[in-house]
Design a protein around this ligand. Structure first.
Ligand code: NCD
Length: 304
């Protein structure tokens, strides 16, 4: 794999290879030499806790050198464009660039203006492919399979790159998705991506996994719901709305009491923290895949 820009670029075999590599890498606590001598540049033009920290740790665990730049405090504050920022940083000859940006297509632009392998860490409302891969990893780990599962994704789909990537990824591995939420938060025509939609919260009842999305208030220019309290009352994932054994996921950050009740988030069927752990292993696997695809992961793990 040269870049990871979108789930649409992947085959089922690519997905399975990355998940298997991640499984081989998960739990390996010591540093592996696989990416020694490689420079990984991490460029975050939007806030991030989980994604930026896990990419940085993943690169370090594989012995790469890591350079991190955040928009705040960089010359982006002075109006420097993404293209000029990339042309500048490309002079250090990074082997990989991990990029998060509010504009759709920003990772493609980075790929055009640098010789590096580019990994999309979230571009606007478009794609967040490593999130979808870590979600597949988490589901497979918890339920033992992906094929034939039913996943309900609930909430703010319209602003969600996580939902767009995950719908495609689930379709690729033979799982079925229903998007659930108020009509204002379900993009028209989204069924074309290979999923069903429902405006009834009862549509989550027969799902194996309830995947809750954050209400993305920072991306809402107008009122998409009457009030957050009303949203919570009709669509919030509470103890009463899920059954024991039904797994609950959320990409984070969570708004407790809005899209998810704290008792569900902290409950026995919550996979939210497992998702964070999976994020590290999956991002190690992705960096390994784009940078050292000639070295099988198991071999890399064995060298340790
Ligand atoms: C998501 C994102 O930034 O797209 N968070 C994440 O990467 N874990 C989802 C969100 O912000 O709601």
């Amino acid at each position: 794999m040269r870049h990871l820009l979108s789930i649409a670029d992947l085959t089922r075999a690519d997905v399975e290879r990355i998940l298997d590599t991640a499984a081989a890498l998960q739990g390996v606590e010591e540093k592996l030499p696989a990416l020694r001598g490689k420079l990984v540049l991490s460029l975050f033009f939007e806030s991030s806790t989980r994604t930026s920290s896990s990419f940085e740790l993943a690169a370090k665990r594989l012995s790469a050198d890591v350079m991190s730049l955040k928009a705040a405090g960089s010359s982006v504050d002075k109006g420097e464009s993404l293209k000029d920022t990339v042309l500048t940083l490309a002079q250090y000859q990074p082997h990989a660039i991990v990029v998060r940006h509010p504009q759709i297509g920003a990772p493609q632009l980075v790929a055009r203006h640098s010789g590096a392998a580019v990994v999309n860490a979230g571009d606007g409302k478009h794609q967040h492919p490593t999130q979808a891969l870590l979600d597949l990893f988490t589901i497979r780990d918890a339920l033992g399979r992906l094929d034939g599962l039913h996943v309900a994704i609930v909430g703010d789909v319209v602003h969600s790159r996580v939902a767009r990537s995950l719908v495609q990824a689930l379709a690729l591995v033979g799982a079925h998705t229903t998007l659930v939420g108020p009509p204002t938060l379900l993009p028209r025509g989204i069924e074309a991506m290979g999923c069903d939609t429902s405006t009834e919260i009862a549509a989550i009842d027969d799902a194996d996994v309830v995947y809750v999305l954050r209400m993305q208030r920072e991306r809402m220019e107008s009122a998409f719901v009457p009030s957050l309290r009303e949203y919570a009352a009709r669509w919030g994932i509470t103890i009463e709305r899920v059954r024991p054994g039904q797994k609950v996921m959320h990409p984070g950050p969570i708004n407790r009491g809005v899209e998810i009740d704290g008792r569900v988030a902290d409950g026995p069927d919550s996979l939210i923290l497992a998702q964070v752990r999976a994020g590290l292993a999956v991002r190690m696997a992705v960096l390994h895949d784009v940078l050292a695809s000639d070295v099988p992961a198991r071999e890399a793990a064995a060298v340790a």
